[in-house]
Design a protein around this ligand. Structure first.
Ligand SMILES: Cc1ncc(C[n+]2csc(CCOP(=O)(O)OP(=O)(O)O)c2C)c(N)n1
Ligand SMILES: [Mg+2]
Length: 315
């Protein structure tokens, strides 16, 4: 593994972690409105997968998508501005947390509809194949979304047409308050791939390098025209589902997943042999970038509804 790539992955995970912590603060201070779903603890999935992609590969995200956009190269000032509902936001302040969109980095949007991204990504994968391009489409989705019909519809068609498609299940073991074990009769989702004749891989979703390796193999397969892969990343959401739902997960479980050896950043720091100097430079840099982003967002105007309606009068 290239040392520069490992450092880049660490910085990207750190950016997600510190971004989410800042968002939590701003939300609690009333500077961000609406529902916010944080992905602290799940950083290695977003970064491991997106590090295996090109900028022009298309990523379709979920309601918990800040990390996916950051990992795909999203711009922090526009992201914070979007969360604060400002005109300079990546969706011009009209999308908010679940509907960020930044096509210039191949981020084709978050989605408030659980399982919705699975079928949208299918369209992008078909478009790439139809146009003879070698781009691929990735759908992130949760363990809860795997119970939706769109999961089966998307995998069936992607496999039938050998589309350049990668389905990434972020199995954080809960769908809101419903534990995975109370909703699914099997230990894993990945074996369902056999029903569509495609590879289904289970990987430690808190191990960024393991996710990266598995995603790289799936991306190579898709680009070669050999069709889709289902990648199930076992992980854990450290924060509650969203700010407004009580967290009833067992204390012992929270403590177990909160241990440093389960933390994705700490895991990469140890496994990647990153020095203290590299780590502290990364912290310094990312903290400064976030401060700049927040200042930018606070200083930006709110959208003008009349101008927005005029501009979109033909829709
Ligand atoms: C079609 C649909 N059904 C229900 C909901 C309400 N809802 C929002 S998030 C969520 C849980 C999703 O769980 P999972 O797919 O595991 O993702 P996670 O929140 O764990 O990242 C539910 C049921 C929704 N937004 N859309
Ligand atoms: Mg889940």
């Amino acid at each position: 593994m290239e040392p520069d790539l490992v450092i880049q992955m660490y910085r990207s995970m750190l950016t997600i972690r510190l971004f989410e912590e800042k968002v939590k603060q701003l939300y609690q201070a009333g500077e961000i409105a609406g529902a916010i779903h944080l992905s602290i603890g799940q950083e290695a999935v977003a970064v491991g997968v997106c590090s295996a992609l090109r900028l022009d590969d298309a990523v379709f995200s979920t309601h918990r998508g800040h990390g996916h956009l950051i990992a795909k190269g999203g711009h922090l000032p526009e992201m914070v501005a979007e969360l604060m509902g400002r005109q300079t936001g990546c969706s011009r302040g009209c999308g908010g947390s679940m509907h960020m969109f930044e096509s210039r980095v191949g981020f084709m949007g978050g989605n408030g509809i659980v399982g919705g991204g699975l079928t949208l990504a299918l369209g992008a994968a078909f478009a790439a194949q139809y146009r003879g391009r070698d781009g691929i489409a990735v759908a992130f989705f949760g363990d809860g979304a795997a119970q939706q019909g769109t999961f089966h519809e998307a995998l069936n068609l992607a496999a039938l047409w050998k589309l350049p498609y990668l389905a990434v299940c972020e199995n954080n073991q809960y769908a809101a308050t419903t534990p995975f074990v109370a909703a699914v009769p099997t230990a894993d989702i990945a074996p369902r791939a056999a029903g569509y004749g495609i590879p289904g891989i289970v990987v430690d979703g808190n191990d960024c390098l393991a996710v990266y390796r598995a995603a790289t193999a799936a991306v190579e397969r898709a680009r070669a025209g050999d069709g889709p892969t289902l990648l199930e990343c076992k992980t854990y959401r450290v924060e509650p589902h969203c700010g407004i739902i009580a967290d009833k997960r067992p204390k012992e479980e929270l403590e177990r997943w909160g241990r440093p050896d389960r933390d994705p950043l700490e895991h990469l720091r140890r496994g990647g042999g990153l020095s203290d100097a590299v780590i502290s430079a990364a912290w310094h840099d990312v903290e400064a970038q976030l401060e700049t982003a927040v200042t930018f967002a606070r200083g930006s105007p709110y959208p003008d509804p009349a101008a927005f309606l005029r501009e979109h009068a033909n829709i």
